[in-house]
Structure formats: C-alpha cells, structure tokens
Design a protein around this ligand. Sequence first.
Ligand code: TYD
Ligand code: MG
Length: 498
Amino acid sequence: MAKAKSRWVCQQCGFQTSRSMGRCTECGNWNSFVEELAPEDDVAKKGFAARLSNVSAAPSTANKALPLSEINTEESGRLATGMVGLDEVLGGGLMPGSVILIAGDPGVGKSTLLMQVAKNLSKHSQILYITGEESAAQVRIRAGRLGVDSDNVLVASEQNVVNAAEMMLSSDAAVCVVDSVQSVYHPEIASAAGSVSQVREGTQLLIHAAKRKNIATILVGHVTKEGTIAGPRVLEHMVDVVLQFEGDRTRQLRILRAVKNRFGSTAELAIFSMSEDGLKEVDNPSALFLGDRLSKVGQKQAPSGTAVIAGGEGSRSLLLEVQALTVSTPNPSPRRVVNGWDYNRLLQLVAVLDKRSGLHLARLDVYVNIVGGLDFSDPAGDLGIALAIATSFLDRSIDPGLVAVGEVGLTGEIRPVLNLGQRLKEASRLGFKKALVPKASLPLNSAPKGMEIIGVETISEALQKAMPNINFVKKPDSTERAPGSRAENLEDESVFSI
Ligand code: TYD
Ligand code: MG
C-alpha cells in the first residue's frame, strides 16, 4: 500500500500531516486525525476520474440554473423493489442514481433483504451484487435458499473499491448492491478496511459511479444503534437515503425505517418477520405487537400496569402495548428503566404524575417496556404510558378495550397529536371500543363508528376516566392552591382507595 499518497487531516481544524497524531498540534483536540487521499498525488483517483469522463454519462442538467417552473419533477423512473413496505420507506421505490445506506447490526438480515430485492428486480432489470464479505459461492448458496436463480443477478466477490466502482461503470445494471462498506478498501489508503478514512473514500468512489451511470446503489453498513462502529455514521451526509434495519431476535421481527430520505418522508416504517425462507412482510403489525392483548379486548380487566398506545407516524398507524412496573426500592436513587421509549420523556412523565396527580413515585423503581421490541418515540404515547405507570402504582386495571392517545405537557395538560383520526381508525379496526384523547382535538371529523371517544384536558382527568372507581380530583374547596397542583388534586393517600 502506498502510504505517500495519503495524508492525515484533523477533523476539527483541517490541519494536515503525513502521519497520524494523537493530539492535534494546531487545535489541541485529541484523536481527531483521519487519513484521506491527497488528490494531487493520487494516480489511481486521476485514472478513475479520466475513466469517469469517458463513460457515456446520463444526461446532466447540473450545469444550468433553471426557473422552478421548468424543472422536471417527474418521478416515473422509480423502480419498485417488489416489497411494498420497503418501497414505502424509500418514498415510492428506488430512485435511479440514488445511493442508499442500509445500516444494521450484523446478522439482522441485511444481505437477506437485499438478495430478496435482487430477486424481485431481476424480473425486469439487471442487478450487480458486489460482496466484500462473502465468497460468490456463499452468496449463491443464500440466493438458492431464497429461490433466486435469475441470470440477471450478477455476483462479484471484490474488496478493492476501485475495481468495484469500475465494475459499476462498465455494467448495464439498474441496481447495484455493495455488501458491505466496511469490507471494501481503497488501495491508496493505508488504514484498515472499515476505518473512517477507508469507508469515506470508498463510498465517495461508489457514489461517483452511481451518479455517473444512474445506478441505484445500495450500500450495506454494519452499525449498532449507538453508531459505535466507525464508518456508516460518517456516511450519513454523503448518501441520499439512510435506512436503519433493527431487529428483535427473540420474535424474529425486523423493523426497517428511514433515518434520512432525500426523496421521501422519514416517518414510514416497514415490518418483516424472518422465516426459514427469508424475510416476509407483516401485513397486520398491530395484531402482531398486541399479541394476547387482543384476546382480552371485550373482557373486564387488563392486567395492572398495561395500556395500549397508538403510533401515528407515516401512512399507517401502529397499535402497541406498553407495560410498566413500579416497585419500592431500598436504593436511595431509584431506577428508571425504559425499553423502546425515550428515557428523558419517562423522567418527565414520572415527574408530572407525581406533581400533578399525586402519585408518589419518587421512592419507587419505574420500569417501562414497549412490547415487541419496537423503538417508539412518538409523544402521542405519553398518555398511555402514564396510564400504565399509574395502574401499576395503584395496582388497578383499566378496560382492555381502551386505547390512549395524547401528549402530556409539564402542567399535566393533554396536548393534541397528529393524525388522531387515523390512529383511532386502526384501533377501531382491531376491536378497541374506547379511546382517551386530547379534548382539544374534538370533535373529530372522521370518528370511527361505534367507538366511545372520551376527551380529556388533564392527566388527572384522564386517570379518573380510565379508573372511575378511584377519586383523583379533589373537591372544590382548595381554591387557594395553584390549579393542577397535587394539593388541589387530592386530600391524602386515602383518595386512592375504592
Ligand atoms: P444475513 O442476511 O446474513 O444478515 P446480515 O447481512 O445483516 O449480517 O442473515 C442473518 C440471519 O438470518 C442469519 O443468522 C440466518 C438468518 N436467515 C434466516 O433465518 N432465513 C433465511 O432465509 C436466511 C437467508 C437467513
Ligand atoms: Mg451480510
């Protein structure tokens, strides 16, 4: 490897050296050096650039500014991947020439998903599958397992990214997969494959090739949710679309969502289940996530500490069960543990429940879990989570057929949420008969038939409506106390007894 052709650049101040330094002598930052190709010395890059300009390029409109009205926005060229959920997440299929990064933990099923996409696309287009991780034979074995046998799927086992880009330039493929960006290397960079420099320079070349030949290019990146592995995170701003593929291994569920999308919304998500013969789209994800909750709808009581919330991101709503457990602890600083929900939001909810509804949670451990392994960040889940925590604290239960939708503010007010009608429609479809919703959103234009919709203004009112046997709201003699305060809401602990 020719070390002389690269340089080390401080990512904080831009200072350049010929070797790596622990601390930048210019700006004083630690561990800020990343190896980059020095363009003036880079023969390979020049050669590649010359090759790029020889290729009959896709018509370029980039050189001329046009009035808005003359810019063509036709999107007829999108390629359907044959997987409806994936197409939705992409914003309507693969855009020719776009570069998509699909990031996820090793083993989650990225290669499987892409081979299935290749299978569907191969009916009408050619696909170039470049693998740096596996041998071509291994890819073929997986393809066989997934029933892919089209000659339109071309497989190359290649780790040199310059060769990979050349391969793209000379191919007729409509779609190219590079599996993975961590396994390919640029021969002019001395750093190991998978390092920030390698991943960045390699991706730059692949993006050039993709744009030049108008090939929709899907890059695979191994990354954990925290982005602990160097690489894909530094690519996020270079590529057009970043998809995150997450999994709950125990239930074989896989969730695909867009983190960034230049051609569509980032609110959509697709849900798959991993089976013996590949990934299958889950048609009715709410039913899957709610599991045995649905069998309890129509019964009298749900277990204490549970509630149902309705996510409304994207074009479809998703109903999820939330479970909470509050338990006394000898520990002076009680634990707050949350799975699938925002930790700081939980702290906020616990504080609001304590201050505005008199639930003394300060000495208790509070655990919250969104069932099904989905990461859920929609604030519309606040109300349901508050209900679950309250029912666990009080050891009471609510109607299993009740769904709660609403954001909880710091004064205990229930705030309106987006797409309420759509969320309730999905709940009604699954058999839910009652909904607690923000009063400010009523009346609804499109309320589902046969559903009792209860508008609430405060968290205490919501708890009262969900648990009518407990007295949460105190008599009107506490006029001198601040509205919504704990003192106004209850007299003493006995208000929680039936
Ligand atoms: P893989 O796609 O290789 O994961 P990644 O590329 O993200 O590292 O597949 C991961 C797991 O999926 C692997 O443990 C085997 C399993 N699998 C199935 O269960 N069914 C299948 O049809 C295939 C191809 C894989
Ligand atoms: Mg793989």
